[in-house]
Unconditional design. Structure first.
Length: 299
Protein backbone atom coordinates (compact mmCIF):
# COMPACT_ATOMS: atom_id res chain seq x y z
CA UNK A 1 0.00 0.00 0.00
CA UNK A 2 1.37 3.41 -0.94
CA UNK A 3 2.24 5.83 1.83
CA UNK A 4 1.15 9.48 1.78
CA UNK A 5 4.22 10.79 -0.09
CA UNK A 6 4.02 8.09 -2.75
CA UNK A 7 0.29 8.62 -3.23
CA UNK A 8 0.67 12.38 -3.55
CA UNK A 9 3.58 12.04 -5.99
CA UNK A 10 1.57 9.57 -8.06
CA UNK A 11 -1.46 11.86 -8.23
CA UNK A 12 0.65 14.88 -9.21
CA UNK A 13 2.52 12.88 -11.86
CA UNK A 14 -0.74 11.73 -13.47
CA UNK A 15 -2.09 15.29 -13.45
CA UNK A 16 1.10 16.82 -14.88
CA UNK A 17 1.20 14.24 -17.67
CA UNK A 18 -2.47 14.86 -18.45
CA UNK A 19 -2.12 18.65 -18.43
CA UNK A 20 0.93 18.51 -20.72
CA UNK A 21 -0.92 16.27 -23.17
CA UNK A 22 -3.97 18.52 -23.17
CA UNK A 23 -1.88 21.67 -23.70
CA UNK A 24 -0.33 20.08 -26.77
CA UNK A 25 -3.77 19.08 -28.05
CA UNK A 26 -5.13 22.60 -27.49
CA UNK A 27 -2.21 24.13 -29.37
CA UNK A 28 -2.87 21.90 -32.37
CA UNK A 29 -6.62 22.54 -32.15
CA UNK A 30 -6.04 26.29 -31.85
CA UNK A 31 -3.94 26.32 -35.02
CA UNK A 32 -6.60 24.33 -36.87
CA UNK A 33 -9.38 26.65 -35.70
CA UNK A 34 -7.36 29.71 -36.70
CA UNK A 35 -6.77 28.34 -40.20
CA UNK A 36 -10.45 27.43 -40.55
CA UNK A 37 -11.51 30.87 -39.38
CA UNK A 38 -9.19 32.59 -41.86
CA UNK A 39 -10.56 30.47 -44.70
CA UNK A 40 -14.12 31.22 -43.71
CA UNK A 41 -13.48 34.95 -43.48
CA UNK A 42 -11.82 34.87 -46.89
CA UNK A 43 -14.80 33.09 -48.41
CA UNK A 44 -17.23 35.56 -46.88
CA UNK A 45 -15.13 38.48 -48.12
CA UNK A 46 -15.16 37.16 -51.67
CA UNK A 47 -18.90 36.57 -51.53
CA UNK A 48 -19.64 40.05 -50.21
CA UNK A 49 -17.09 42.13 -52.12
CA UNK A 50 -19.79 44.47 -53.42
CA UNK A 51 -21.14 45.32 -49.96
CA UNK A 52 -19.98 48.34 -47.98
CA UNK A 53 -17.91 47.29 -44.95
CA UNK A 54 -19.20 47.97 -41.45
CA UNK A 55 -16.86 50.13 -39.37
CA UNK A 56 -17.42 51.01 -35.73
CA UNK A 57 -15.39 51.77 -32.65
CA UNK A 58 -16.83 50.89 -29.26
CA UNK A 59 -15.47 52.38 -26.04
CA UNK A 60 -15.58 50.13 -22.98
CA UNK A 61 -16.99 51.31 -19.67
CA UNK A 62 -14.76 51.37 -16.56
CA UNK A 63 -14.31 48.05 -14.77
CA UNK A 64 -16.45 47.77 -11.62
CA UNK A 65 -14.71 47.84 -8.26
CA UNK A 66 -16.85 45.02 -6.84
CA UNK A 67 -19.94 42.95 -7.54
CA UNK A 68 -21.81 39.87 -6.33
CA UNK A 69 -20.37 37.63 -3.57
CA UNK A 70 -17.84 34.89 -4.49
CA UNK A 71 -16.43 36.93 -7.37
CA UNK A 72 -13.26 38.96 -7.46
CA UNK A 73 -13.14 42.35 -9.16
CA UNK A 74 -10.73 43.39 -11.83
CA UNK A 75 -8.76 46.58 -11.32
CA UNK A 76 -8.02 46.99 -15.01
CA UNK A 77 -8.37 50.31 -16.75
CA UNK A 78 -10.89 50.98 -19.55
CA UNK A 79 -10.07 49.59 -22.96
CA UNK A 80 -10.97 50.56 -26.49
CA UNK A 81 -11.79 48.00 -29.15
CA UNK A 82 -12.82 48.02 -32.78
CA UNK A 83 -14.88 44.85 -33.24
CA UNK A 84 -16.68 43.78 -36.35
CA UNK A 85 -20.29 44.20 -35.34
CA UNK A 86 -23.11 41.80 -36.10
CA UNK A 87 -25.26 42.78 -39.11
CA UNK A 88 -28.31 44.95 -38.42
CA UNK A 89 -31.66 43.20 -38.33
CA UNK A 90 -34.47 44.05 -40.68
CA UNK A 91 -35.74 46.44 -37.99
CA UNK A 92 -32.45 48.33 -37.89
CA UNK A 93 -31.46 47.36 -34.35
CA UNK A 94 -27.90 46.19 -33.87
CA UNK A 95 -26.31 44.41 -30.92
CA UNK A 96 -22.68 43.37 -30.53
CA UNK A 97 -21.63 40.51 -28.25
CA UNK A 98 -18.03 40.39 -27.03
CA UNK A 99 -15.89 38.11 -24.87
CA UNK A 100 -12.21 37.63 -24.04
CA UNK A 101 -10.58 35.00 -26.22
CA UNK A 102 -7.81 32.69 -25.00
CA UNK A 103 -5.13 35.14 -26.16
CA UNK A 104 -6.71 37.74 -23.82
CA UNK A 105 -8.06 39.81 -26.70
CA UNK A 106 -11.52 41.32 -26.44
CA UNK A 107 -13.25 39.66 -29.39
CA UNK A 108 -16.74 39.87 -30.94
CA UNK A 109 -18.77 36.67 -30.96
CA UNK A 110 -19.66 35.90 -34.55
CA UNK A 111 -22.52 33.82 -35.86
CA UNK A 112 -21.80 30.07 -35.48
CA UNK A 113 -18.06 30.64 -34.95
CA UNK A 114 -16.66 28.94 -31.82
CA UNK A 115 -14.55 31.28 -29.69
CA UNK A 116 -12.22 29.70 -27.06
CA UNK A 117 -12.58 31.67 -23.81
CA UNK A 118 -10.33 32.32 -20.83
CA UNK A 119 -12.61 30.04 -18.85
CA UNK A 120 -11.40 26.82 -17.24
CA UNK A 121 -12.92 24.07 -15.10
CA UNK A 122 -11.23 21.07 -13.49
CA UNK A 123 -12.77 18.31 -11.36
CA UNK A 124 -10.63 15.81 -9.44
CA UNK A 125 -12.09 12.71 -7.81
CA UNK A 126 -10.67 12.54 -4.26
CA UNK A 127 -12.55 9.52 -2.93
CA UNK A 128 -9.37 7.41 -2.86
CA UNK A 129 -7.14 10.13 -1.40
CA UNK A 130 -6.26 10.81 2.20
CA UNK A 131 -7.24 14.19 3.69
CA UNK A 132 -3.57 15.20 3.60
CA UNK A 133 -3.20 14.33 -0.07
CA UNK A 134 -6.45 16.15 -0.89
CA UNK A 135 -5.24 19.28 0.90
CA UNK A 136 -1.93 19.17 -0.96
CA UNK A 137 -3.79 18.77 -4.25
CA UNK A 138 -5.94 21.79 -3.48
CA UNK A 139 -2.84 23.91 -2.92
CA UNK A 140 -1.35 22.75 -6.21
CA UNK A 141 -4.52 23.47 -8.16
CA UNK A 142 -4.80 26.95 -6.65
CA UNK A 143 -1.19 27.59 -7.71
CA UNK A 144 -1.98 26.34 -11.23
CA UNK A 145 -4.88 28.78 -11.56
CA UNK A 146 -2.64 31.62 -10.43
CA UNK A 147 -0.04 30.54 -12.98
CA UNK A 148 -2.65 30.59 -15.75
CA UNK A 149 -3.42 34.23 -14.96
CA UNK A 150 0.26 35.10 -14.76
CA UNK A 151 0.75 33.65 -18.26
CA UNK A 152 -1.51 36.36 -19.72
CA UNK A 153 0.21 39.33 -21.40
CA UNK A 154 1.38 41.99 -18.96
CA UNK A 155 -0.43 44.76 -20.83
CA UNK A 156 -3.78 42.95 -20.86
CA UNK A 157 -6.82 44.93 -19.73
CA UNK A 158 -10.02 43.16 -18.78
CA UNK A 159 -13.52 44.57 -18.81
CA UNK A 160 -15.69 42.80 -16.26
CA UNK A 161 -14.74 40.26 -13.64
CA UNK A 162 -11.85 37.88 -13.13
CA UNK A 163 -12.59 34.96 -10.84
CA UNK A 164 -10.61 31.94 -9.71
CA UNK A 165 -11.69 29.45 -7.09
CA UNK A 166 -10.66 26.04 -5.76
CA UNK A 167 -13.49 24.40 -3.84
CA UNK A 168 -13.23 21.20 -1.79
CA UNK A 169 -16.29 18.99 -1.61
CA UNK A 170 -16.78 15.63 0.11
CA UNK A 171 -15.86 13.56 -2.95
CA UNK A 172 -13.99 15.92 -5.27
CA UNK A 173 -12.17 19.20 -5.81
CA UNK A 174 -13.45 21.67 -8.41
CA UNK A 175 -11.21 24.46 -9.70
CA UNK A 176 -12.54 27.22 -11.92
CA UNK A 177 -11.11 30.24 -13.68
CA UNK A 178 -13.03 33.00 -15.43
CA UNK A 179 -11.38 36.01 -17.00
CA UNK A 180 -13.47 38.89 -18.28
CA UNK A 181 -17.21 39.10 -18.86
CA UNK A 182 -19.50 38.72 -21.83
CA UNK A 183 -20.57 42.13 -23.06
CA UNK A 184 -23.64 43.34 -24.91
CA UNK A 185 -23.08 46.56 -26.83
CA UNK A 186 -26.10 48.39 -28.22
CA UNK A 187 -26.20 51.28 -30.66
CA UNK A 188 -29.16 52.92 -28.90
CA UNK A 189 -29.84 51.76 -25.33
CA UNK A 190 -32.56 54.39 -24.99
CA UNK A 191 -34.64 52.38 -27.47
CA UNK A 192 -34.42 49.16 -25.38
CA UNK A 193 -37.17 48.35 -22.87
CA UNK A 194 -35.60 45.24 -21.29
CA UNK A 195 -33.06 42.44 -21.66
CA UNK A 196 -34.01 38.99 -20.38
CA UNK A 197 -31.16 36.54 -19.69
CA UNK A 198 -31.80 32.83 -19.08
CA UNK A 199 -29.79 29.63 -18.73
CA UNK A 200 -31.09 26.42 -20.28
CA UNK A 201 -29.74 23.46 -18.30
CA UNK A 202 -29.60 24.84 -14.78
CA UNK A 203 -25.91 23.93 -14.51
CA UNK A 204 -24.96 27.59 -14.66
CA UNK A 205 -26.23 30.89 -13.29
CA UNK A 206 -25.77 34.31 -14.83
CA UNK A 207 -24.94 37.66 -13.30
CA UNK A 208 -25.85 40.80 -15.24
CA UNK A 209 -24.59 44.20 -14.19
CA UNK A 210 -23.98 47.75 -15.34
CA UNK A 211 -21.75 48.74 -12.44
CA UNK A 212 -20.58 47.54 -9.04
CA UNK A 213 -23.76 48.46 -7.20
CA UNK A 214 -26.40 47.36 -9.71
CA UNK A 215 -26.40 43.65 -10.56
CA UNK A 216 -28.80 40.70 -10.77
CA UNK A 217 -28.06 37.00 -10.29
CA UNK A 218 -30.10 33.94 -11.20
CA UNK A 219 -31.22 31.43 -13.82
CA UNK A 220 -33.81 33.79 -15.37
CA UNK A 221 -33.38 37.52 -14.87
CA UNK A 222 -34.81 40.57 -16.62
CA UNK A 223 -32.78 43.76 -16.73
CA UNK A 224 -34.70 47.02 -17.11
CA UNK A 225 -32.06 49.41 -15.74
CA UNK A 226 -29.89 49.51 -18.83
CA UNK A 227 -26.71 51.50 -19.54
CA UNK A 228 -27.35 55.21 -19.86
CA UNK A 229 -24.75 55.70 -22.59
CA UNK A 230 -24.85 53.99 -25.96
CA UNK A 231 -21.15 53.08 -25.79
CA UNK A 232 -21.49 51.45 -22.35
CA UNK A 233 -21.95 47.67 -22.22
CA UNK A 234 -24.24 45.41 -20.24
CA UNK A 235 -21.94 42.78 -18.70
CA UNK A 236 -22.88 39.13 -18.22
CA UNK A 237 -21.04 36.39 -16.30
CA UNK A 238 -21.70 32.63 -16.32
CA UNK A 239 -20.74 30.47 -13.33
CA UNK A 240 -21.58 26.92 -12.24
CA UNK A 241 -24.63 26.39 -10.02
CA UNK A 242 -25.41 24.21 -6.99
CA UNK A 243 -27.10 21.74 -9.33
CA UNK A 244 -23.74 21.05 -11.00
CA UNK A 245 -22.01 20.65 -7.62
CA UNK A 246 -24.66 18.25 -6.35
CA UNK A 247 -24.50 16.03 -9.44
CA UNK A 248 -20.71 15.85 -9.20
CA UNK A 249 -21.05 14.84 -5.55
CA UNK A 250 -22.99 11.79 -6.72
CA UNK A 251 -20.44 10.96 -9.42
CA UNK A 252 -17.23 13.03 -9.67
CA UNK A 253 -16.29 11.16 -12.86
CA UNK A 254 -19.20 12.66 -14.83
CA UNK A 255 -17.82 14.02 -18.14
CA UNK A 256 -17.47 17.80 -18.00
CA UNK A 257 -19.18 18.12 -21.38
CA UNK A 258 -22.37 16.97 -19.65
CA UNK A 259 -22.52 20.36 -17.92
CA UNK A 260 -22.47 22.52 -21.04
CA UNK A 261 -25.11 25.22 -20.99
CA UNK A 262 -26.74 27.90 -23.15
CA UNK A 263 -27.37 31.55 -22.32
CA UNK A 264 -30.49 32.89 -24.03
CA UNK A 265 -30.77 36.67 -24.37
CA UNK A 266 -34.11 38.21 -25.31
CA UNK A 267 -33.97 41.93 -26.10
CA UNK A 268 -37.29 43.79 -26.17
CA UNK A 269 -37.37 47.24 -27.74
CA UNK A 270 -39.79 50.01 -26.88
CA UNK A 271 -41.51 49.75 -30.26
CA UNK A 272 -42.35 46.07 -29.58
CA UNK A 273 -39.52 44.54 -31.64
CA UNK A 274 -37.93 41.46 -30.05
CA UNK A 275 -34.52 39.94 -30.76
CA UNK A 276 -33.44 36.52 -29.44
CA UNK A 277 -29.84 35.34 -29.30
CA UNK A 278 -28.29 32.17 -27.89
CA UNK A 279 -24.74 31.84 -26.53
CA UNK A 280 -23.86 28.13 -26.13
CA UNK A 281 -21.32 27.56 -23.33
CA UNK A 282 -19.32 24.53 -24.49
CA UNK A 283 -17.29 22.66 -21.84
CA UNK A 284 -14.67 20.21 -23.08
CA UNK A 285 -13.19 17.21 -21.31
CA UNK A 286 -9.84 18.96 -20.77
CA UNK A 287 -11.61 21.73 -18.84
CA UNK A 288 -11.39 24.39 -21.54
CA UNK A 289 -14.55 26.32 -22.36
CA UNK A 290 -15.74 28.00 -25.56
CA UNK A 291 -18.76 30.00 -26.69
CA UNK A 292 -20.49 30.87 -29.94
CA UNK A 293 -23.37 33.05 -31.07
CA UNK A 294 -26.67 31.98 -32.61
CA UNK A 295 -29.40 34.40 -33.66
CA UNK A 296 -32.77 32.77 -33.13
CA UNK A 297 -35.31 35.41 -34.11
CA UNK A 298 -36.13 39.08 -34.69
CA UNK A 299 -39.78 40.05 -34.91
Amino acid sequence: MKNYEEMTESVFHRRDTYVARQKQTRRITGIALSVAAVCLVGALTLGQSNEAPIADTLHAAPTPAQTAPTTHPSTASPVETSPTTTPPTEHGYQLTFLAHSTDAVETPLQEDIILPLIYYMDVTDTRDLTPEATEALMRQQAAELEARLMDLPDDTDVLGLSHRRTLRRDNYIISTLRYGSFQIQCEHWDEVASVRIQTTTGYGEVTAFRDATDYQLGFDITVTKLPSEDTAPLLIDWMYSNKLLEELEQDPTTPLSHFSDTITITTTYKDGTIQIHHIPIIIYEDGSISASLQTAAAF
